[in-house]
Design a protein around this ligand. Structure first.
Ligand SMILES: NC(=O)c1ccc[n+]([C@@H]2O[C@H](COP(=O)([O-])OP(=O)(O)OC[C@H]3O[C@@H](n4cnc5c(N)ncnc54)[C@H](OP(=O)(O)O)[C@@H]3O)[C@@H](O)[C@H]2O)c1
Length: 255
């Protein structure tokens, strides 16, 4: 009988992972899960104290690289720093992001630029700086973070929606560029999860309930809901999956 399952198929044990946005929310949950699953994890964010807090929570082998990656040149330049603690990353999770919720009539040039630079440019320029080492190994996994706003418009979502529509297409273009080198690029598209970024939603119980009702499952996301999909995309099990946007949204976009 053919053996399709093998031990380690879903494993990240021993891999080196870099997670941006590891100080908070979704990035922090994914960074913790990767460390719990045996990866050596380098977390990137601006707040050094919050990164140290994450490291205490995560246990395992972790390191912190405090940096503001909203400038694409800085995002590229930190490749050297994130490769220092454990060697070059095999896995990159681009979870740093912001949503300034400026309405269409009030979008500022600075607000637009910072959003596009952090949410869209940084994932590409950091990834590209890490590609040479992944290419040498013939193995890499890049996970971007898309959004319901990759496919839908929400109020105050001008710059954010543009960045998230962009990250969906960037994911396909990165997959087209690098998959033949063994570097697979996908995106997670979360529904509504309680984090610092979504405080304006979850601070408004009626709004949070409205979003929960829009899902097929009938509730908003919990951080643990992201762990399985994230680890899958980082593992050998996703070996023929690339250029895809995996909605982890309780069926929000199915309705
Ligand atoms: N929460 C949701 O429901 C949801 C849904 C769809 C998509 N997303 C996406 O998920 C990703 C994570 O968001 P979240 O909800 O987890 O929000 P969050 O809790 O606010 O986390 C954002 C992370 O980005 C980091 N960050 C922000 N600006 C940065 C900068 N200039 N340089 C480096 N790091 C920076 C923050 O760390 P520091 O402040 O320490 O720098 C923090 O770790 C974002 O891309 C967001 O668009 C979230």
């Amino acid at each position: 009988m053919a053996a399709f399952f093998r031990a380690g198929l879903f494993s990240v044990d021993g891999r080196v992972a870099c997670v941006t946005g590891a100080s908070s929310g979704l990035g922090r949950a994914i960074a913790t899960a990767l460390a719990e699953a045996g990866a050596k994890v380098v977390g990137v964010a601006r707040r050094a104290d919050a990164l140290e807090d994450w490291r205490s929570e995560a246990g395992g082998e972790t390191a912190a690289v405090p940096a503001d990656i909203s400038k694409p040149a800085v995002a590229a330049a930190i490749a050297t720093r994130v490769s220092a603690p454990f060697g070059p990353p095999d896995i990159l999770v681009n979870a740093a992001g912001l949503n300034n919720r400026q309405s269409a009539d009030d979008v500022t040039i600075e607000g637009w630029r910072t959003t596009i630079d952090l949410n869209l440019a940084a994932p590409f320029f950091l990834a590209r700086a890490l590609i040479p080492a992944m290419r040498l190994n013939g193995w890499g996994r890049i996970v971007n973070v898309a959004s319901l706003q990759s496919a839908r418009a929400f109020p105050g979502g001008l710059a954010y929606g543009a960045s998230k529509g962009g990250i969906a297409q960037l994911t396909r273009a990165m997959a087209e560029a690098w998959s033949r080198d063994g570097i697979l690029v996908n995106a997670l598209a979360p529904g509504f999860f309680p984090t610092e970024l979504t405080e304006p939603v979850f601070d408004d119980p009626a709004l949070a309930a409205k979003h929960a009702a829009q899902t097929c499952i009938g509730r908003n996301g919990a951080l643990a809901d992201l762990v399985g999909p994230a680890l899958f995309l980082c593992s050998d099990a996703a070996g023929y999956v690339t250029g895809q946007i995996l909605y982890v949204d309780g069926g929000y976009t199915a309705k």
